[in-house]
Design a protein around this ligand. Sequence first.
Ligand SMILES: [Zn+2]
Length: 182
Amino acid sequence: MIIMRSLLVVCIIATAIATGCSQTAQKSTDQPVVSQTIVPVQVEKPDYVWDGKTIEKPDSVWQKQLSPDQYYVIRQAGTERPFQNAYYDNHAKGIYYCVGCGLPLFSSEHKFDSGTGWPSYYQPIRPEHIGSDTDLDIGYPRTEIHCARCDAHLGHMFNDAPQTPTGNRYCINSAALIFKKE
Ligand SMILES: [Zn+2]
């Protein structure tokens, strides 16, 4: 009887620990890391069409405008951690704007779950809002993509999404984006 009771206690404790762990794990992945710029960025209207004028600012101005994470991603072509960023699991309807200059870049309409841990889209709102380059940062050529207006590094584009209408996957850092609900 005593053995049974101690077994029961062990079971209760084990269950409590297991539940506790899963709750902690859920919290760390579910809590969005909200991108806030230090100096607020005015975003354009969702249907804004870029006039072709580029925005250039001295590095010191970018550093004052952006949080360290945003600066690292868009000015130093950094990559944020997967599954621990603001928008990878965002299913709200709305528009994603450039964190550097407020240009509309992506729409929730073209967002899909790629399972990579970064927000993924099969196409931009307007192809002319996106610039591209080839980088060899990790030893093989990849299509680097950036904001056409302010040159903010956004992420990379891959042709590995046959489940989408275009087959393309724009793999974007949340830190490069400002999301506004529609
Ligand atoms: Zn921009």
